[in-house]
Ligand binder design. Sequence first.
Ligand SMILES: [Mg+2]
Length: 191
Amino acid sequence: MIDPNGIAFDIDGVVADTMSLFLDIAKQEYNITNIKYEDITDYDLSACLNMPEEIIEDIVEKIIDGKYSTKLKPIEGAAEVLKKVSEHSEKLLFITARPRIGKLKGWFFSEFMPDILPSQVEIVLTGSFEAKKDILFEMKKKWFIEDRILTCFDLYEAGITPIVYIQPWNITPHPFLKVKNWRNIEQLIEF
Ligand SMILES: [Mg+2]
C-alpha cells in the first residue's frame, strides 16, 4: 500500500488528456483527421504517426504555450482521487518535464481542480525527463505515476518505484506495476 505522503504524479497522460488535445489541434488547425488515439503507440510521436515532423513540433509547442482554442480535458477520475489524496497528505506534488508552465497552472486551478487551494499543490517543471528522479529524491517521494516508460526505468534505477499509467504508447513489456485508471490508483493508496 502506498502512503499518500509518499506519492507524486506526472501531468501529461496521467491527469491531463494531452494526447487527445494533440489530436484535436491536428484536426482543427491542420485538417488531419485520420489519426486515432490508439495510433499513438510510441511516446516519440514522429516514430508512430504518419505526420510531418514540423506539424508535430508545432502542435507540441502550441500545447506547451497554451495556444489553442479547444479544451484540455482531465483524465477521468483524476480530480476526485487527487482530492482524496490531498485530504490525507501535506501537499500534492506534480512533476512534469514541460519546460514552462504556459496555461497549465490556470487550467489546473480553474478547470481541473477548482476547489483546491494553490497552497495545497506544488507543480515542478523540470524541462527534462531525467531530472524527475532528482526532484522525487529531494522531496522524499517513493512512488511516481508516469506514462513514459523510459522515465519509469530511469526512476527505478534511482530507487523510486514507478507506476505505469497504461496508455497505447507504453504497452511494451516492462517489469513495473501498472494501473489502467484512477480507480486502480485509489485502490493502491492507504487512506
Ligand atoms: Mg506524461
